[in-house]
Design a binder for this molecule. Sequence first.
Ligand code: NAP
Length: 491
Amino acid sequence: MSNVLQPKVVIVIFGATGDLAKRKLFPSIYRLYQNGKLSKNFAVVGLARRGWTDDVLRENVAKSIGDAISPNEDLEEFISHFYYQSFDVTDESSYSGLNILINDLEGTYQTEGNRVFYLAMAPEFFGTIANKLQENGLKDSEGWSRLVIEKPFGRDLESAKKLNKELRAAFDEKQIYRIDHYLGKEMVQNIEVIRFANGIFEHLWNNRFISNIQITSSETLGVEERARYYDHSGAARDMVQNHMLQMVALLAMEPPISLTTEEIRSEKIKVLRALRNMDSDKVSQYFVRGQYDSGEIKGEAVSAYRDEADELADSNTETFVAGKLLIDNYRWSGVPIYIRTGKHMAEKSTKIVIEFKDIPMNLYYKRDKDKRPNLLSINIQPNQGITLCLNAQKSGSGSLAQPIQLAYNHNAVSGINTPEAYEKLLYDCMIGDATNFTHWDEVALSWKFVDTILDVWSKNEANFPNYKSGSMGPDAANELLEKDGFHWWDI
Ligand code: NAP
């Protein structure tokens, strides 16, 4: 443990009484502490409007940790580092009180003036908070100050630009850590390693050997109590603009010349720049939108999206998106990257399948329809691992082949010690590693791509609902691949 960096820091959580703080942030900070990735020189300040006290916050922190993991006997000591201040982010006077509290805690815990401001609140407050932190001198400490921003970062390119301008008036790009929690997932981070640490993949990782790439992120859940937020967003904004395009960038980027934040980001940005922007009249050929109807998931009847809440009765919001993406560069020209994501689908799973081109002649199958291309599947969640599908001799069948799988199941090896995405990202932020956070250029290019699609969709009412809950989306999502001679692989 001796060479692990142990940051000294005051973490200020705006929105400490909310869902994200409870489910993700408190358990993650505790895990970092348990694993020796946080020194004893730390304090957490929780802020929100309701009239909690330090003790109420501490009870809630202990409960949320107990609900997520089994705490050790060090829990009491841990929660004693938490402080609460009743705070309205729009009220100027709150900030001077916060400044006094932080200065006090910096003295008590000797945190060397290092501050993380974590905005776990609705995005409409991000600009105001950044501005008031700046005006009240809260980011001018002796150490470093970093601002962590949750998604969504805008709802289109224009609003994202406006938000970015507000943030940049107060913080430098280097101080802004935009969370995309997919980038904290073990197997998403592994994409780079699998590609660039294995000759057997990287030499084949191009349009000469890969026929297509498929990325699926399906959920069985519907919108639950997030109906209002979701209806304002939809699957393209909620999943494609950020998580799906980030996975595309990692899969398609060139090898970086070093593993620094700047080099990796620069390669990802090049991919997003090479992403073929859709002409409006082509959107319907390349993209499919869907909204779930009633159906059955794991034996239970579930309702249609439009029946989930009164305000959704006429909703034109998509709960499913499938698309065909093309990257116009030397490596990827001609290789379709298919993506699909949706709610109320048959299974909860995020995975990437790389389909390799067929060999010129395969004599080991009697019937063409039995032939199976080589596939590499990268399983992100809930299973974590990789599976390679090969062809090998079927015992007792002469020289005939059958598909076999080589599988590495990460869950089985790492067990419960696999760090959660938020835990990793918080730690990265505290040690100043922004590699797995989204740079503004990535945000802007992703919005530019998604805006064209959303613009076309907003002008035409969709024929919703168009897929049954518990299915894998509308038929059109299958036809998207069938037109090109492919189909979605389920391995
Ligand atoms: P939430 O449960 O609604 O929490 C919002 C928090 O903001 C509460 O603590 C609320 O506390 C506080 N708040 C509201 N108005 C305030 C004001 N004027 N001054 C001070 N505090 C105020 O929201 P959430 O689900 O935690 O989400 C927070 C952010 O994370 C959002 O940007 C969301 O999009 C993003 N996010 C959440 C999740 C998730 O799993 N929940 C996942 C991804 C991204 P009071 O009412 O006590 O003031």
